[in-house]
Design a protein around this ligand. Structure first.
Ligand code: FMN
Length: 182
C-alpha cells in the first residue's frame, strides 16, 4: 500500500514535512509512506492553462496523485486556513471533471503549528475542500500543537502519544483504501 505524503509547506525546515517524515518512519508493516514534493512548481490555477497539454508540473501532480493508493496531507495554518500553495494544488488535482486524481481518492489530514491549536482551522478547511474536490476524507483531524517542541534535531518524534496517533491515522487510512491497479 503506497500512501503519498503531501506537505502544505515548501520550506526546508517545515514542521509539517517533519511530521510526514516521522509518519514514514513509524508506518505500519505493508504501508509505504512516500513524500511528494511539487507544490512549489505549480503555476497558479488557470482554466485557460488547463487545456489539452497542461504544464509539466501539473501533469506530474496528476499522474503521481492518481497513482497513489491514498494521500496523507499535513497542513500548516496561514491566517486561519490552508496555505495558498496547497489549495492551488488541490484545485489542479480536482480537474479534469470526472477523471480528477482526487475523485474518490482516500485521503487523511493532519496538521502542525507552533501554537496551541495545531492548525485545526486549516485542517477543517482542508477536509472540506478535499471533500468538495471529490476525495473521500478518512479518519479524524490530528492537530499537532507546539510542533517545534515535538522533534529532535534529527527530525525524530519526541512525543510517544503523537507517534501512536500518527500510526493510528495511517492504519485507518490504509484500512479504508485498496491499491490502485498498476
Ligand atoms: C503568513 C503566516 C500566517 C500564519 N497564520 C497562522 C495561523 O493562523 N494559525 C497558526 O496556528 N499559526 C499560524 N502561523 C504559524 C505557522 O503555523 C507556523 O509558522 C508553522 O510552523 C508553519 O508550518 P511549517 O513549519 O510546516 O512551515 C502563520 C505563519 C505564517 C508565515
Amino acid at each position: 500500500m503506497k500512501i503519498l505524503a503531501v506537505s502544505g509547506s515548501t520550506r526546508p525546515g517545515s514542521l509539517n514535512t517533519s511530521l510526514l517524515r516521522a509518519a514514514a518512519d513509524v508506518a505500519p508493516e505493508g504501508v509505504d509512506v512516500e513524500l511528494w514534493q511539487g507544490i512549489g512548481d505549480l503555476p497558479i490555477y488557470d482554466q485557460d492553462l488547463d487545456a489539452e497539454e497542461p504544464p509539466e508540473s501539473v501533469r506530474r501532480l496528476r499522474a503521481d496523485w492518481a497513482a497513489a493508493d491514498a494521500i496523507l496531507f499535513a497542513t500548516p495554518e496561514y491566517n486561519g486556513s490552508v496555505p495558498g500553495g496547497l489549495k492551488n494544488a488541490v484545485d489542479w488535482a480536482s480537474r479534469p471533471r470526472g477523471e480528477a486524481p482526487l475523485l474518490n481518492k482516500n485521503v487523511a489530514v493532519v496538521g502542525a503549528s507552533m501554537g496551541q491549536f495545531g492548525a485545526m482551522w486549516a485542517q477543517a478547511d482542508l477536509r472540506r475542500i478535499l471533500g468538495i474536490a471529490g476525495a473521500r476524507v478518512v479518519g479524524e483531524d490530528l492537530p499537532v500543537t507546539h510542533a517545534h517542541e515535538k522533534f529532535d534535531s534529527e527530525g525524530r518524534l519526541l512525543d510517544p502519544d503523537l507517534e501512536e496517533r500518527l500510526v493510528r491515522a495511517l492504519e485507518t487510512l490504509a484500512a479504508e483504501s485498496t491499491p490502485v491497479p498498476a
